[in-house]
Design a protein. Structure first.
Length: 96
């Protein structure tokens, strides 16, 4: 069990202004948390492989390659655009 002085010291480190009732409550709560941590220390984790995330994840990537384009279809699409220049589509400026 944490002493009243230890609880006040922890509250001071956390910049908490606690009243007498709060100090007693935090004293009990912090003591129970520390007791639980002691129980966890007793668990044998020697056969457990460490991990950084509970769900195994992998990044899905693709090769950065240029794919041939259908020139006819590209030209048709460019002609449909209201504004174009040098074979590229022109759009309104986003930034001023």
């Amino acid at each position: 069990m944490l002493s009243k002085e230890e609880t006040e010291h922890i509250a001071g480190l956390a910049r908490l202004g606690l009243g007498e009732e709060e100090i007693e409550r935090y004293q009990k709560d912090l003591s129970s948390i520390l007791d639980y941590i002691e129980k966890l220390k007793e668990v044998d984790t020697g056969n457990i492989k460490p991990f950084t995330h509970p769900v195994e994840m992998s990044n899905i990537t693709r090769l950065d390659e240029v794919k041939p384009r259908n020139k006819e279809q590209t030209e048709k699409l460019i002609k449909l655009m209201p504004d174009q220049k040098d074979g590229y589509l022109k759009v309104k400026s986003v930034f001023e």
